[in-house]
Design a protein around this ligand. Structure first.
Ligand SMILES: Cc1cc2nc3c(=O)[nH]c(=O)nc-3n(C[C@H](O)[C@H](O)[C@H](O)COP(=O)(O)O)c2cc1C
Length: 211
């Protein structure tokens, strides 16, 4: 697959305040569709940045599982480092880097845990192997070796042999409720387009930023 022409199309087209959607969520969905159509593997991969109570930054990739006007949703182990950080400091940044299309989207917002109903609904759609993995792995803790993990997985397979696998109480999701969303489109001569939406408690305001 040759993506160079796709990239050039976007470099030529650029981003303009007059043409983007009034809602950054709608704009995100437009871009997401285009990235998805271009054949990317896991275009929903995003860097989730959190802050520790001591003020240290922490970043890792997670998968976006839902996005609507309420925000950006992902799932994880609720005893993981990221979950502890989000409980202590409920703020986060998300970064989507679709570099082959010369695109980046940055999101900043407050974070809320999902309800058990929302977590249950997504849990039910997960493949059985992923469900067993969630039981077998105490995410972010130290394990002696790979064998320990494989043994735990095997024990969970035996435990749940013929049954539906329940969602562990320590597995769920979070929603990042955006207050800032920036769209970056690479353009020739480093004169890239940057449009930033910020929420004013009533509506979204759009500004163009210097690249
Ligand atoms: C492509 C990709 C997708 C990932 N998706 C998730 C995810 O949706 N949820 C998750 O908890 N970890 C996911 N991870 C693993 C995280 O990056 C990270 O290693 C893990 O969540 C532990 O992070 P923490 O110790 O900071 O809590 C993903 C990693 C990659 C590379």
């Amino acid at each position: 697959m040759d993506l160079s022409e796709v990239r050039e199309t976007y470099e030529e087209r650029g981003l303009d305040v007059a043409e983007v959607a009034a809602s950054p969520i709608e704009q995100f969905q437009r871009w997401y569709q285009e990235v998805s159509d271009a054949g990317y593997w896991e275009p929903n991969a995003m860097t989730l940045s959190t802050v520790t109570p001591e003020g240290w930054p922490a970043a890792r990739v997670v998968l976006l599982k839902k996005v609507d006007e309420q925000g950006f949703v992902f799932f994880t182990n609720l005893r993981s480092d990221k979950a502890s950080q989000l409980v202590a400091v409920p703020r986060a940044a998300l970064t989507f880097s679709w570099v082959e299309l010369r695109r980046q989207v940055r999101v900043v917002g407050a974070v809320d845990p999902l309800s058990s109903d929302e977590a249950d609904a997504y849990w039910a759609t997960r493949p059985r192997g992923s469900q067993l993995g969630a039981w077998a792995s105490d995410q972010s803790t130290v394990v002696a070796d790979r064998e320990e993990l494989d043994q735990r997985f095997g024990a969970e397979m035996v435990r749940w042999r013929d049954e539906d696998i329940e969602r562990p109480a320590h597995w769920g999701g979070f929603r990042v409720e955006p207050r800032l969303i920036e769209f970056w489109q690479g353009r020739p001569d480093r004169l890239h387009d940057r449009l930033r939406y910020f929420w004013t408690e009533q509506n979204w305001v759009i500004e163009r930023l210097a690249p």
